[in-house]
Design a protein around this ligand. Structure first.
Ligand code: CP3
Length: 343
């Protein structure tokens, strides 16, 4: 791997950089008034599937802030849709499927449709050609376990019991479901790479609903298949394993190039544990963005100081930015990261 003209890509590949690169999970979202304006005239699905709108929304945070990477505007729930399911975004609830999986036949009947992604791929090419060449474009998908949680429950849930009980009671049906999601995800990731993304992040936001033993047996094999595939394409892989960061040895079995960590752990402790085996991404508590500039600066400094140099770290929040954040605080955060990490 050679150094590039993208500071974010260089950091993912473990090269020293002149400062710490920065981007923000959910950076193209509802905290931006310009996002809300577009969203008031278009459905979420139109924003994902009309290449012009997808491009415009992805680039909104890039126009406003000096971020080092854009993340394509989409959702992890496109995979169930490519398999024949359909969701709507219901205000105050979130994504709701009108045909959740409720029996073995529903799993057998899931059929992958590659055409589902054609406008998303056009959108990626259009974003890549509009984005300055020193900025990276991040593609993404959900971890199969996290995606399956929504397919079984049909909506956000506090415990995802439907998938947990399927996993224990009907391991063969569970396996078929996970294989279908994994194969679709690998195809989708290949399409993203061909269309121009520079890095792929795997979001595993629901990894903690099962025991460590169950994670290792029923979730990890599918994640690691996807991550090994990304690695074989010579594109950096980022694994964001929310809630699992204390078990670094376990999650590193997935072999990501970059580990995205949530805000509940001390990034310096994790750095000591991993001994430079992977690059770290994170991990400011998203609630800090609701505090004063003085607090933001203090919390950013803690993270930069505990990392200690400009190698092996990408600055981000420990989970997605929330809709109640003032964009002015985001501007301050980005400038502060750049200033404090400059050598
Ligand atoms: O990071 C980005 O800016 C890129 C876009 C992105 C979205 N969703 C857009 C979105 C990404 C990377 C996701 C990932 C995603 N989606 C995850 C994993 C990461 C995480 O946050 O835990 C999950 C679990 C989903 C499923 C999902 N999509 C939920 C639970 C919701 C509703 C809850 C919420 O935060 O609003 C969505 C909708 C969604 N996805 C919105 C956006 C901007 C809000 C859409 C709107 O109402 O305008």
């Amino acid at each position: 791997m050679k150094k590039s003209n993208q500071i974010f890509l260089d950091a993912c590949n473990g090269f020293p950089t002149k400062r710490t690169p920065v981007w923000i999970m959910r950076q193209a979202g509802r905290y931006l008034p310009e996002y809300r304006k577009i969203r008031s005239k278009a459905t979420f699905h139109q924003m994902m599937h009309k290449p012009d709108l997808m491009t415009e929304v992805t680039l909104l945070p890039m126009k406003r802030f000096e971020l080092d990477a854009a993340i394509m505007f989409s959702d992890i729930l496109v995979i169930p849709e490519s398999l024949g399911m359909k969701f709507d975004l219901v205000p105050k609830v979130g994504p709701v499927f009108n045909n959740r999986i409720s029996n073995d036949n529903d799993i057998k009947n899931l059929n992958y449709n590659n055409d589902y992604f054609k406008n998303i791929y056009k959108g990626i090419s259009s974003i890549r050609s509009d984005l300055n060449n020193d900025k990276s474009l991040i593609g993404f998908a959900g971890a199969p376990w996290t995606v399956a949680c929504y397919m079984l429950e049909g909506k956000p849930s506090k415990d995802y019991m439907s998938l947990r009980s399927l996993m224990i009671e009907k391991p063969d049906s569970f396996k078929l479901l996970m294989e279908k999601i994994t194969d679709a995800t690998i195809n989708y990731i290949d399409g993203q790479i061909k269309s121009g993304v520079n890095v792929i992040q795997i979001f595993d936001s629901n990894g903690t609903y099962i025991s460590k033993d169950h994670y290792e047996k029923y979730s990890l094999p599918y994640i690691s298949k996807i991550i090994r595939h990304i690695n074989s394409r010579n594109i950096p892989s980022i694994y964001f394993a929310k809630g699992l960061c204390n078990d670094v040895d376990l999650i590193l079995k997935n072999e990501p190039k970059v580990l995205g960590i949530d805000w509940t752990v001390n990034i310096g402790d994790i750095k000591n544990k991993i001994k430079n085996k992977v690059v770290l991404q994170g991990n400011l508590d998203p609630s800090v963005l609701l505090c004063s500039n003085q607090i933001i600066k203090q919390e950013v400094a803690k993270i930069i100081d505990s990392i200690g140099n400009n190698q092996g770290h990408i600055f981000n929040l420990g989970h997605g930015i929330t809709p109640n954040v003032n964009p002015i605080s985001v501007e301050f955060l980005i400038q502060t990261v750049k200033q404090l990490s400059k050598k």
